[in-house]
Design a protein around this ligand. Structure first.
Ligand SMILES: Nc1ncnc2c1ncn2[C@@H]1O[C@H](COP(=O)(O)OP(=O)(O)OP(=O)(O)O)[C@@H](O)[C@H]1O
Length: 329
């Protein structure tokens, strides 16, 4: 899972809790991230992602537990220039060009990235002479990315980095991220784009209500929740009873007039369907990360409590097993 193996981890949350009055935004988070990992942090709105990132960057102190970067308090790693961050609420700086801004930021670091390299990695070479406060939303987001890269950090922390980017800019962004982690650097990013997390992260961490509820590769998480989706339409009228009891079926839902059965054994489910109804337009597809995510978070919040979707304990010997600690607690 992690690549630390005795080395000092890049990121280490140990029983971290952050309370805002009565709200427990982060609730006992244990998470270790090693060098070279590209980690996606997923969670619904209000799950605690930004709060966890704030703790990681030393913007906030945990109410209890600890958060360390490179074995030290976050503020040390930040002042050593080992961390670059792009947060959601960055403000544009007035009256300077993109190049001037990035150059200025590089000069504040002990061992910065060459300005041209930061501009290129952020896809800003063509815009280097433009005023930083006169850019489109997506262009401004790329400036935030260049600023995060300026110190040539060992860890990049990005809160929803591609929210304003168009398709081409996203593609370039992920190419740059890969180039960055290929040099042994670490990236932690939060996102609501599950497909993007699936394609670009080698590890996905799902949090809900401030707790870690899954941790593994996209494939691991999909496998944990159920491998396939069987979908079909049925003639008008109420759904027959018994679908949920078919072999392999983990959950039943109706989306846009199609019945969707999430199943751990699509062959057995499809084979048993004629005993219950006559399906039309039958399709069998691998479950996507979105299905897995919805199942995990619904289960954790108790909205899908009739069936356990998450195995209670991963195999201790398996490196690739998804960790799903204390789901539903
Ligand atoms: N400064 C604060 N004061 C009070 N409550 C806060 C504060 N910051 C966050 N919260 C609460 O903590 C919880 C977690 O919020 P957080 O912003 O970390 O979630 P998130 O996963 O980043 O959400 P989103 O995807 O919507 O950005 C929410 O209930 C939020 O309302």
């Amino acid at each position: 899972m992690t690549t630390t193996h005795g080395a000092i981890p890049v990121v280490k949350f140990t029983g971290a809790v952050k309370e805002f009055g009565a709200v427990r935004a982060v609730d006992g988070l244990d998470l270790t991230i090693g060098p070279g990992e590209r980690v996606a942090l997923l969670g619904r709105n209000g799950a605690g992602k930004s709060t966890a990132i704030g703790l990681l960057l030393g913007l906030d102190d945990p109410t209890s537990g600890t958060v360390e970067l490179f074995g030290k308090p976050p503020s040390h790693a930040v002042s050593d220039g080992r961390v670059g961050a792009m947060l959601q609420d960055s403000k544009p700086v007035s009256r300077v060009t993109v190049r001037e801004l990035v150059s200025f930021v590089t000069r504040t670091y002990p061992d910065p990235m060459p300005v041209d390299e930061a501009l290129e990695l952020a896809g800003l070479t063509e815009l280097a002479g433009r005023r930083a406060d006169k850019l489109s939303g997506g262009q401004a987001q790329r400036v935030g990315f260049a600023v995060a890269l300026a110190g040539d950090p060992d860890l990049l922390v990005l809160d929803e980095p591609t929210a304003a980017l168009d398709v081409e800019a996203r593609r370039l962004f992920w190419q740059s991220m890969r180039a960055f982690t290929d040099r042994g650097k670490t990236v932690l990013f939060s996102t609501h784009y599950l497909e993007e997390a699936d394609q670009n992260a080698d590890r996905i961490v799902v949090i809900d209500r401030g707790q870690l509820i899954a941790d593994g590769s996209g494939a691991d998480i999909k496998r944990t929740v159920g491998s396939s989706l069987v979908s079909f339409t049925v003639p008008d009228g109420p759904l027959p009873d018994g679908l949920a009891a078919l072999p392999g079926v983990l959950s039943v839902e109706v989306v846009d007039g199609r019945v969707r059965l999430r199943t751990s054994d699509s062959d057995a489910t499809v084979g048993a369907l004629p005993g219950v109804l006559s399906p039309r337009g039958l399709e069998v597809a691998p479950a996507g990360l979105e299905d897995a995510f919805l199942a995990l978070t619904a289960h954790h919040s108790g909205r899908d409590a009739d069936r356990p979707l998450v195995p209670s304990a991963p195999s201790a010997s398996s490196d690739s097993a998804v960790q799903t600690p204390k789901a539903g607690t």
